[in-house]
Design a protein. Structure first.
Length: 257
């Protein structure tokens, strides 16, 4: 069975991490599977939204610690480096990625979640960067994205203590967009995917670029960047249709190709 399974349905790419016996821990096959998902989304313009979730009681419990102990230093390190690169590519995709966190999102699992555009958590979910307990540090963007999301000092505390936090606490810190009943998790993810799908794909792509790339710039550069993307959106056929539809009091029919 593949470590990462995916299927496209009505414009949504449903992705499931599928190593429940190891709490969906990240090994070479897992990273290869995630790369395949990113390539698929990039090459198939019918995909409008991606939803990631995990099989069993974990979203993903991080890097496969057995791989760390059994493989060569080189294989283990290069697997995590490769994960980091795939996450950057996922962030750069034109389509939004929703993480539906069904359980543990620890170490690399929390890093995957943070590279997604929206995080919806089951009330059973928990988050953390426990690498410090293994004598290592996060290696796929964890220290950097966490500090930018929850703030410098809280990120420092979480990475230094390895403490695990609940979905509610993650929500309070702004790490999670919403917390939902466990049984409603996938319905909520679908609802969010449908809302995004109803928008202009071009505007969705520009929002994603403006927020994600702008976030990595200084404020002044970010505002200039947004201004350029706004000009692009403003001269697009979807803008013409969206504005016309509002004036004519009808639903906009955005381009689908
Ligand atoms: N790697 C490999 N196997 C793992 C794993 C991991 N990260 N996490 C859990 N497993 C395995 C366990 O070894 C166990 O397997 P066996 O049944 O064969 O013993 C199985 O999954 C179930 O796990 P537990 O019995 O431990 O389940 P639990 O409910 O008692 O505890 C847990 C759950 C708190 C998540 C605990 O499993 C745990 O602490 N896991 C490790 C989490 C961790 O440290 N992650 C960080 C990894 S390093 C990293 O991610 C670096 C990076 O930046 C990418």
């Amino acid at each position: 069975m593949a470590a990462v399974e995916y299927r496209e349905e009505d414009g949504v790419l449903w992705v499931k991490f599928n190593r429940p016996e190891a709490l969906n821990a990240i090994n070479k096959d897992f990273v290869k599977g995630l790369r395949e998902v990113v390539d698929y989304a990039r090459n198939n313009k019918t995909v409008r939204v991606i939803v990631l979730t995990g099989e069993g009681k974990a979203f993903c419990a991080g890097a496969d610690i057995k791989m760390f102990s059994e493989s060569s230093h080189f294989v283990a390190r290069s697997t995590i480096e490769e994960l980091g690169k795939v996450l950057e590519e996922m962030e750069d995709l034109e389509v939004p990625v929703i993480a539906a966190i069904n359980g543990f999102a620890l170490g690399g699992g929390c890093e995957i979640a943070m590279a997604c555009d929206i995080i919806i958590a089951s009330e059973r979910a928990s988050f953390g960067q426990p690498e410090i307990n293994l004598g290592i540090i996060p290696g796929a963007g964890g220290t950097q994205r966490l500090a930018r999301i929850v703030g410098w000092k809280k990120a420092m505390e979480l990475c230094l203590t390895g403490e695990r936090i609940s979905a509610e606490e993650a929500y309070r810190l702004g790490l999670v967009n919403k917390v939902v009943e466990h049984d409603k998790l996938m319905d909520e993810a679908k609802k969010m995917a449908e809302v995004i799908k109803s928008k202009s794909p071009y505007a969705v792509m520009l929002v994603k670029q403006a927020v994600n790339r702008g976030f990595k710039m200084g404020l002044r550069d970010g505002i200039m960047y947004e201004r350029d993307l706004f000009a692009l959106s403003f001269s697009s056929p979807d803008a013409e249709e969206g504005i016309k539809a509002f004036v004519e009091k009808r639903k906009a029919d955005f381009r689908r190709e």
